[in-house]
Design a protein around this ligand. Structure first.
Ligand code: CA
Length: 532
């Protein structure tokens, strides 16, 4: 069934998100001879060196130093844990679970048509929805925001160049804090701070280019890492004197160590905001689930909860997180350009198509299920969706002599297809059913097909990851106008002034409702930095 191979960009994101949320390892590695565990070893004050010595004797290796909280993350043989727990200097040992980016890039970012179609600035629907356009950021309020994510494409045309600092904690050796191999952190950053009024791309919640930003890069291209690395990122935000920490990430299995660190952040005057999670069920993700952290649900353009957004007693507030347009690293989008007889058609690149261009007479190749050597020689194959996979259709076109392929839908709408990781050597694109019919009438005319790198470095993502930066940036925006308030007072103001959605009053799907910047300012104007 061809339909099995059919994956829309949006579905692919949702599936990728679901897979990581279930905790499935992204990479399967050969098991070492001795079963190694990754744990957090908390030690009694002043006992760090004694515990390090005991860890070494047990055959363990310290992988993350967390001295500030009397702990180390360690890789050691599972068999050594019980004895180490009984060591006089050890306070506790617990698992160091994985944490994942909570929003998705598609396997290949794709864009219909040519780059020229968007040459003006677009205000994403989420910006006015959270009232970001009704409140001015006050740089003299001294508020700094820290993003714990996959980095920041500092070369991006629509992201600020000054006032940004960072650190790379991935240990990957690839890139640095100001590059982004997963695209996720750059997307989050654009929602927070894409520059407004420059005629480019999008507009962020704080579009002035004056928000002090710190980037703690914890994710490499995989979008997953150990909780101890995430904590290292959080501590680095604190060291950089951030007031708000934005965490579009999470995972199952809470730890007492993480909880202790987030409690300490609140005491230090830092407001931590995290994604509720994308499993679409009632499970709780962490850090969102800790009491000191605000948990953010995702809603769509109609203010309806996204089907993937986790609903539970910890969900505190909601923000836009469906079809969220924002920045992606420069040059990572792929687009297709297609025309027949000089008539341009909107198409989408097949996911996995090589970046190539070809020209030839357009020829009807039917379902593309029967290769005939030489029958498509020098031609662009026009193929209907159905029966066999898109990759097989393209391979059959090539083996019949074809130089490019366009596959049109057999149901209403644009075809967003994937080659499923199968290597092909000619450019291939998808088209709608109606355009397919128009193209059939043009068979024999000269067709041009190209799949190429796009000059448009913006994309729409789904996830509670996309909702989270709306809230963290609104928190910084509101706080910049009331810099003497405590994080608890800002948090309270956001909750009290949220637009109630779903069941009247707080509920598990939307929390207190949609975050509202202007209403929060009004609340604080009336109540000052009131209790709690
Ligand atoms: Ca812009």
């Amino acid at each position: 069934m061809a339909s099995k191979k059919y994956v829309s960009a949006r579905c692919a994101i949702a599936l990728a998100v679901a897979a990581v949320t279930l905790g499935a390892p992204l990479l399967v590695q050969a098991q070492p001879a001795a079963q190694q565990e990754r744990v957090i070893v908390s030690f009694k004050a002043g006992q760090g060196s004694a515990v390090r010595a005991a860890i070494a004797r047990a055959g363990g290796r310290v992988v993350v130093e967390l001295d500030e909280f009397n702990a180390v993350a360690v890789r050691l043989p599972a068999s050594a844990i019980a004895a180490l727990k009984r060591h006089g200097s050890v306070a506790s040992i617990e698992a160091d679970p994985l944490r994942h980016a909570m929003g998705g890039k598609a396997p290949t970012l794709r864009r219909a048509g040519a780059a020229a179609v968007v040459s003006t600035e677009v205000t994403p629907f989420g910006i006015p929805m959270v009232q970001a356009d009704q409140v001015m950021f006050k740089a003299d309020g001294g508020r700094k925001l820290c993003i714990v994510d996959s980095g920041f494409d500092a070369a991006h045309e629509d992201l600020q160049k000054s006032g940004v600092t960072g650190i790379d904690l991935t240990g990957s050796g690839i890139g640095s804090w100001n590059t982004d191999e997963a695209f996720h952190g750059t997307h989050v950053a654009g929602t927070i701070a894409a520059i407004g009024g420059n005629g480019l791309g999008v507009v962020g919640v704080i579009p002035t280019g004056t928000l002090p930003l710190h980037i703690s890069k914890v994710f490499d291209a995989s979008g997953s890492t150990a909780s101890s690395i995430v904590i290292k990122g959080v501590l680095n935000c604190s060291k950089a004197k951030a007031n708000v920490i934005s965490m579009s990430l999470g995972g199952g299995r809470p730890t007492t160590f993480e909880n202790k660190v987030y409690e300490a952040m609140a005491k230090r005057g830092i407001l931590v905001i995290a994604a509720a999670g994308n499993a679409g069920d009632t499970s709780t993700s962490y850090p969102a689930g800790y009491a000191s952290v605000m948990s953010v649900a995702a809603i769509d353009v109609n203010k309806v909860r996204a089907s993937f957004s986790q609903a539970n007693a910890d969900v505190e507030i909601a923000a836009p997180g469906v079809d969220t347009l924002s920045t992606v690293p420069m040059g990572t989008n792929v687009e297709s350009v297609f025309s027949v007889g000089g008539t341009p058609y909107t198409t989408t690149p097949m996911d996995g198509s090589p970046l190539l261009a070809a020209t030839g007479a357009l020829a009807n190749f039917g379902l593309g299920d029967t290769p005939v050597a030489g029958s498509m020689s020098g031609k662009v194959c026009l193929i209907q969706r159905g029966e066999i996979s898109f990759a097989d259709k393209v391979l059959n076109c090539k083996s019949s002599g074809g130089v490019g392929a366009v596959i049109y839908n057999n149901v209403p709408g644009m075809l967003l297809g994937t080659l499923g990781g199968i290597a092909t050597t000619i450019p291939s694109v998808g088209a709608s059913d109606t355009d397919g019919a128009l193209m059939l009438a043009q068979a024999g005319q000269s067709a041009s097909v190209a799949v190429q790198q796009s000059a448009y470095s913006y994309a729409s993502y789904n996830g509670t990851s996309m909702a989270t930066p709306h809230v963290s940036a609104v928190a910084a925006l509101v706080w910049s106008n009331f810099p003497t308030c405590s994080p608890a007072q800002i948090r309270n103001a956001l909750n009290m002034s949220a637009m109630d959605l779903g069941t009247a009053g707080r509920d598990n799907e939307y929390g207190n409702g949609l975050v509202q910047a202007k209403a929060a300012v009004t609340y604080l104007t009336a109540n000052a930095c009131a209790a709690p």
